[in-house]
Ligand binder design. Structure first.
Ligand code: ADP
Length: 213
């Protein structure tokens, strides 16, 4: 079994790796879904984070042990709003939670990437909201695409799609990399301030770039 990111990179052969990042509500899932339809393999670390904290997920037992039953919902899944408040106010809790979740997310990401390499995917997209914060990955990616979207539009779109209120969204935004930090690492910038077809037109060009690598 491949255990480390470096081992994975040794294996990847000719399969290009694309990092796709952007703040909350910028349009990462929209672009990733579109590119998946074109044949790319998408590995979404946020989705993996949800999966490991679903009922009976592999992170649940350790979360119960460290934080207690108050942090779980009735169905045994992670109570995300409660945990979000806890880690925003207490750095130590953040560290404990990440010590549980990060290794599980990393291993699941590696396993999925390994399968995609095995199947000779045209390229693999790693959707990582906190790409900048996950240092080791960046240097191994063949291309980094950043989705840029005005803050107010992101807030509106996230409020429409989820239960999050404005204050929670602002809190999450403040914990993420800044716009300038993100743009500084981009090979391609997708601007998402029009309709979905305008975003998809840019994603098509990115797709072509990835196939040409
Ligand atoms: P992220 O994955 O970066 O958090 P999403 O792709 O989920 O962002 O987009 C946030 C919300 O905004 C979703 O409900 C999505 O359908 C919607 N959305 C994204 N881009 C557009 C757009 N250009 N026009 C209209 N709605 C959009």
């Amino acid at each position: 079994m491949v255990k480390s990111i470096n081992q994975l990179f040794d294996l990847k052969g000719k399969v290009p790796f694309l990092g796709l990042t952007g703040g909350i509500g910028s349009g990462k899932s929209s672009v990733a879904n579109f590119l998946a339809k074109q044949g790319a393999v998408v590995i979404d670390t946020d989705q993996i984070a949800h999966q490991i904290t679903a009922p009976n997920g592999p992170a649940i037992e350790a979360i119960l042990k460290e934080f207690g039953p108050d942090y779980l919902n009735g169905d045994g899944s992670l109570n995300r709003p409660k945990m979000r408040q806890q880690v925003f106010t207490d750095p130590n809790s953040k560290q404990i939670l990440e010590a549980i979740t990060h290794p599980l997310i990393r291993q699941e990401t590696i396993d999925r990437a390994q399968q995609a390499i095995h199947k000779q995917a045209p390229y693999i997209i790693f959707v990582v909201p906190l790409l900048l914060e996950s240092g080791a990955w960046i240097e191994h990616l063949d291309h980094i695409a950043v989705i840029d979207c005005p803050d107010e539009l992101r807030i509106q779109r996230v409020m429409e799609r989820s239960q999050l209120d404005r204050a929670s969204i602002l809190q999450i935004m403040a914990s993420q990399a800044s716009r300038d930090e993100r743009l500084a690492i981009a090979n391609t910038i997708l601007t998402n301030e029009g309709d979905l077809s305008a975003l998809e037109a840019q994603a098509s060009l990115l797709h072509q770039k990835m196939l040409d690598l």
